[in-house]
Unconditional design. Structure first.
Length: 111
């Protein structure tokens, strides 16, 4: 398990930031392309389609500003993993973790 200091140091890991940036672009496009179903169908615990589209457009338009928050959410989701596990996660695993942030972030546009 990564320590809090190790997790904090990952906030500035260039490779992880770059990979997250690519994942945010992919998630933004996915939401814009299919707001009812990406990354999962809109239901009672998900953001509305309008909130999703707004987030998707913003994710593509302001990717660099979205990445730090998304990365922090991904790290929080994986707080029980080691630094090596986090850094060596496949792109598919990272994308799944990024996708898991979409609804929470879309429902809270001020963050």
């Amino acid at each position: 398990m990564a320590t809090y200091l190790e997790l904090r140091n990952l906030f500035n890991d260039a490779a992880l930031m770059n990979r997250t940036q690519a994942g945010v672009v992919i998630a933004g496009w996915g939401v814009m392309n299919d707001p009812a179903n990406y990354p999962s169908a809109v239901g009672p615990n998900t953001a509305t389609e309008e909130q999703r589209v707004t987030w998707g457009v913003d994710a593509l338009h302001r990717t660099e500003t979205k990445v730090p928050l998304v990365l922090k959410a991904v790290l929080a989701q994986n707080k029980t993993a080691t630094v090596d596990q986090i850094k060596n996660a496949t792109d598919a695993v990272l994308q799944t973790n990024i996708d898991a942030t979409v609804d929470a972030l879309a429902k809270n546009p001020g963050v």
